[in-house]
Design a protein around this ligand. Structure first.
Ligand SMILES: NC(=O)c1ccc[n+]([C@@H]2O[C@H](COP(=O)([O-])OP(=O)(O)OC[C@H]3O[C@@H](n4cnc5c(N)ncnc54)[C@H](O)[C@@H]3O)[C@@H](O)[C@H]2O)c1
Length: 310
């Protein structure tokens, strides 16, 4: 979609930073925000599917793509899981466009292994890129927004974090990734509670789409229909909700929520809630506690199935 700097749009004039926006979902989000009038900081370190260095610079390509469509964009090639990369991401928005309004945390990669084969390095790398790669940009953006508030300019700021069905339900062969993506949900809840006073709303999505991360492992599910019908797994289908969550007034009042989004479907994910419980008012013996737990489980909702479990 062509867009001009003068035209309106849901995000007209907002400055949006999207991490990992050189391809896949992040690229689709960046283009969709630009189409709604936002100025974009397109971050991408340009790494391979497992996080190893790659020779390309996809952030520059996407920034150029947005500019060629009449939008405003700047590339940022830093590693968002480092202090330096996260701080310079926020600084790039402020020095280039004078402000930051929305942060979309999206960058990441996979190192899938069954737990018995999962090396410490693969655990650390995946926890680092997803969990620290969410925390550090969020922290630096929050410091910026707190300073704005103290200067009397309370922002209308938004953060959209990227979790996964793996974080919500678990996924066989993805112990590291599931733990990191579940951690992002906890981080989202805390950030929403802490940052509301600075005008910041924080939400998370759990997307599903055809990208290099999924097209090989789930080739059939992710394939575009041969008959030219609705291409449900196109990453562009996830972006409209992200753009709305990242907009100003339109998404006012929505914070600390998690949405699953894929194809034409949007689902609010209800978090952990207290199910059946019992209070003895005294310490249980292990055998008594076991009997009580079994009785409670007969009245509890069964959990959703873990992805990939047989
Ligand atoms: N594709 C899906 O179905 C799906 C499902 C659930 C969650 N997700 C999540 O969505 C997000 C985007 O995934 P995608 O499918 O578009 O994958 P992708 O591999 O196409 O894109 C991820 C991008 O992040 C970049 N990146 C990696 N490490 C980085 C770092 N340290 N700093 C900056 N950039 C970095 C990569 O270079 C890459 O361009 C990820 O967080 C992923 O876990 C995707």
């Amino acid at each position: 979609m062509r867009h001009s700097k003068e035209s309106g749009g849901l995000c007209a004039g907002r400055v949006v930073a999207v991490t990992g926006a050189g391809r896949g979902l992040g690229r689709a989000h960046a283009l969709a925000f630009a189409a709604e009038g936002a100025k974009i900081v397109v971050n991408d370190l340009g790494v391979g599917l497992d996080g190893t260095p790659a020779p390309d610079s996809p952030a520059a390509q996407v920034a150029q793509e947005i500019r060629s469509l009449g939008g405003d964009a700047v590339a940022h090639g830093g590693d968002v899981a480092t202090e330096r990369g996260a701080a310079s991401l926020v600084a790039t928005a402020v020095t280039t466009f004078g402000r930051l309004d929305t942060l979309v945390n999206n960058a990441g990669f996979l190192r899938d292994r069954m737990l018995v084969n999962l090396d410490e390095d693969d655990w650390d790398a995946v926890m680092r890129v997803h969990l620290k790669g969410h925390f550090l940009p969020l922290k630096h953006a929050a410091v910026h927004w707190r300073a704005e508030t103290k200067a009397g300019r309370t922002p209308v700021a938004r953060v959209v974090n990227t979790s996964s069905g793996a974080g919500l339900l678990g996924s066989v062969g993805q112990g590291n990734y599931s733990a990191a993506k579940a951690g992002i949900l906890g981080l989202t809840l805390v950030a929403a509670a802490e940052l509301g006073r600075y005008g910041v709303q924080v939400n998370a999505i759990a997307p599903a789409a055809r990208t290099r991360m999924t097209e090989a492992a789930f080739a059939t599910t992710m394939a575009a229909p041969a008959d030219g019908g609705f291409d449900a797994m196109a990453p562009e289908n996830v972006s409209p909700l992200v753009v709305w969550l990242g907009s100003g007034a339109p998404s006012d009042g929505v914070s600390g929520r998690v949405f699953e989004t894929e194809g034409g479907r949007i689902t609010v994910m209800d978090g952990w809630r207290a199910g059946p419980g019992i209070d003895k008012g005294q310490r249980w013996t292990p055998a008594q506690a076991g009997r009580a737990a079994r009785e409670l489980l007969t009245r509890a909702e069964p959990p959703g199935p873990v992805y990939g479990a047989s």
